[in-house]
Design a protein around this ligand. Structure first.
Ligand code: NCD
Length: 696
């Protein structure tokens, strides 16, 4: 018999910071609402150091830049836990919302939310076309709608996370999909595991007693436990005050009481509140963050200002400490720090280790999740390990394996669809954020890019050079003046030679035909850095990216092109890309510098050409959202006199801009001459130096 007849110490366990992947914020899109603050405080006090905010509130949703902005602005001022955002699908926003993919973690397709439901599987299907494959799709669809979405996910070969599963039928279907190896994952609201229609007969959003039993029987199918919207719905249905934080503090007591009853284990909880959410939602690690839970100390749930169905019940598992970013922010359920420390992690990428020695590891492709997501019931995927940043870093930024940009020549913008552009912008944003955080990545370690410029260049050549260095690659440069082309070597031979030393080449050449020669003879992919007066695709990608960044969207904009529209290759490429959007175009150029007939006819055929003028009139400026200025391309003129006669045809200065909108963006691919006065540089609406900095 043990001499110890009582024990005063309790078992305390330490878990990593917990993740709630379904935080319901009733006033999500309202600038006046304090709900996000309330929820971030309640979350950290309940052990959740990271929350994924549901994009749908009580009666409004995050469905575009405007509605996403309120929450993002709040997050910038500081939340009490880390958070990340997603956007909601509507029947009509599939194209526009895909452009926001780079700013959020996932797309939510709502079928059973309290408001904003998409209602129609056909409308949901358009999102499978548009939403980038590298970003997660989430749905709360049930029964037949769920079956249809699972089929779509399988046809499109993409991951789908099913949120808030409540019925026996749905969990069985998901289990079946997983057994077939489909990358389907799911979560169940903790309330749905503990409350049912048996106790609340009028609450049809809860599982029946039988459903609940089947959910427990399929515990191995459930990847994630979440808070979700059910606690709020239950409070509302029972006529209690529906405060934003309802249900959050009940999560750990419910789960740890189940541990004390032998229904769950601690690893079951850690997997579903940390490991799997992190992996499935591709969330970054939270440094020096943990929660301490006292296991064997029963306590009675006291009354509080927030309604709880647990009031007066004896529970186990009290939260003794929350450490967030190295500081104790919560002790015995009381928030210690009033200063918010949380960040918007919507675009933070997990860091994966690169072996310090030996052959370089490839950058983890964007399709990483498919490889790592649990493929079968109960089989846990390998976890990404986190390494200190002092070791070489690599972010999960890479194109999907079937991307049109992969191992292909990039000669003309005509090669690309709108979906391709979305993919490019998403990866560009991911890389940009990763570079901002880590300086240099390992994505292109071991790769060499050839810079082959037969015409002068500052931005294009240096931006490729800098991009290679930032992504961990190297460049070799070809200086025409010192090259064998001076000994009469042909372009084909030069490219064949440089192709032996490199993995890809950027070519700038005065002849429009240079691309045909290059793609015929080059052994490696060619990127067109400008071919005569024809095209400049990468500048046009960058211009599109800039417009999206500064104006929020491209659709419905009025864009005015001014200057040398005849020879300006950046204009030619950008106009073709705008074909994918609903924009209105105005052309301003001296008679001899007008747009080539073919491009003009294309604009007219698409119904995009609104006006043409030789002068930048107040009337045109007053309607313009983006003013795209260009230099008169002296090098393309057959004789100097002709250039002299048109070189000052159109000028933009502060006086010209008096009639412009306050929200206009003034762009220029640079270099500039006299067409854009330096005094405009001080105008806040001038974005041409930002245009240089946005990476593509
Ligand atoms: C342009 C070009 O070379 O086509 N500049 C650039 O690449 N950023 C525009 C010009 O030369 O006027």
């Amino acid at each position: 018999m043990s001499p110890i007849d009582y024990q005063t110490s309790h078992t305390t366990i330490t878990l990593p910071g917990l993740i709630n992947i379904s935080a319901f914020v009733p006033g999500i899109t309202s600038r006046e609402s304090r709900d996000l603050e309330t929820i971030s405080k309640a979350s950290v006090a309940a052990g959740f150091t990271m929350i994924s905010v549901l994009p749908l509130g009580i009666d409004s949703s995050q469905i575009d830049t405007h509605t996403l902005h309120a929450a993002q602005t709040y997050a910038q001022h500081g939340a009490h836990c880390d958070l990340n955002f997603s956007v909601a699908a509507t029947p009509t926003n599939s194209e526009d919302i895909a452009e926001l993919a780079g700013h959020v973690r996932s797309l939510f397709i709502p079928f059973n939310h309290v408001s904003g439901n998409i209602g129609d599987v056909g409308a949901a299907a358009t999102h499978f076309d548009q939403w980038p494959k590298s970003k997660l799709m989430v749905t709360d669809a049930k029964t037949t709608a769920l079956a249809a979405l699972l089929l779509l996910a399988s046809l499109y070969k993409r991951k789908l996370h099913v949120s808030s599963v409540t019925t026996a039928e749905d969990i069985r279907l998901i289990s079946l999909c997983k057994k077939q190896g489909l990358p389907i994952t799911c979560d169940v609201s903790v309330y749905a595991l503990f409350f049912s229609q048996a106790e609340y007969p009028d609450c049809l959003f809860l599982p029946t007693a039988n459903d609940q039993q089947v959910l427990w029987d399929h515990l191995s199918t459930i990847d994630i436990f979440a808070v979700g919207c059910i606690p709020y719905q239950l409070a509302a249905a029972k006529g209690y005050a529906t405060t934003a934080e309802v249900g959050i503090a009940d999560t750990l007591p419910l789960l740890f009481t189940a541990v004390s009853e032998g229904r769950l284990t601690v690893p079951d909880i850690t997997a579903r509140l940390h490991d799997n959410p992190k992996q499935i939602f591709n969330l970054p690690d939270q440094d020096s963050t943990s929660v301490e839970i006292t296991l064997d100390r029963p306590y009675v749930v006291p009354a509080s200002s927030t309604w709880s169905p647990l009031l007066g019940r004896t529970m186990q598992g009290s939260l003794s400490r929350v450490v967030f970013g190295g500081s104790t922010v919560c002790l015995e359920g009381k928030l210690q720090a009033e200063v918010p420390r949380g960040q918007d992690m919507s675009t933070h990428m997990p860091i994966v280790p690169i072996e310090p020695r030996g052959p370089p590891s490839p950058a983890l492709p964007a399709e990483t999740l498919a490889d790592h997501a649990p493929a079968h019931d109960g089989v846990q995927a390998p976890r990404l390990e986190v390494v200190p940043l002092s070791i070489n870093t690599s972010a999960t930024v890479a194109l999907p394996p079937n991307s049109v940009f992969k191992r292909a020549h990039i000669t003309s913008v005509a090669q690309y669809t709108r979906a391709d552009l979305h993919q490019l912008f998403t990866i560009a944003t991911d890389m940009r954020q990763a570079v901002e955080r880590h300086g240099v990545l390992d994505v292109l370690r071991g790769k060499v890019l050839g810079l082959v410029f037969y015409e002068p260049s500052t931005r294009t050549s240096l931006s490729f050079d800098a991009a290679m260095q930032r992504l961990g690659g190297r460049v070799v440069s070809f200086a025409e003046a010192q090259s064998s082309s001076k000994k009469g070597e042909s372009l084909a031979d030069t490219l064949r030679t440089i192709g032996c030393y490199t993995d890809a080449m950027v070519l700038r050449h005065p002849d429009a035909e240079s691309m045909a020669t290059a793609t015929k003879f080059s052994p490696v992919p060619i990127i067109n850095g400008g071919n005569g007066a024809e095209e400049h695709p990468t500048q046009a990608f960058l211009d599109m990216y800039t417009i999206r960044e500064v104006q929020g969207t491209i659709n419905k904009l009025h864009i005015t092109f001014v200057g040398d529209l005849r020879y300006g290759r950046t204009v030619h490429s950008l106009l073709q890309l705008l074909a994918h959007y609903s924009v209105t175009v105005r052309l301003v150029a001296p008679a001899r510098l007008q747009l080539p007939a073919k491009l003009r006819a294309d604009l007219q055929r698409r119904g995009q050409l609104e006006a043409e003028s030789e002068h930048l009139t107040d009337e045109i400026l007053a309607k313009t959202d983006v003013l795209y200025c260009t230099r008169v391309q002296k090098e393309r003129f057959a004789n100097e006199a002709e250039y002299e006669s048109v070189k000052d045809g159109v000028r933009v200065d502060n006086r010209t801009l008096r009639a412009a909108k306050a929200s206009i963006s003034i762009m220029h691919p640079l270099p500039r001459n006299r067409e854009l006065d330096e005094e405009v540089d001080f105008d806040q609406r001038a974005v041409y130096f930002d245009q240089v900095c946005f990476p593509v």
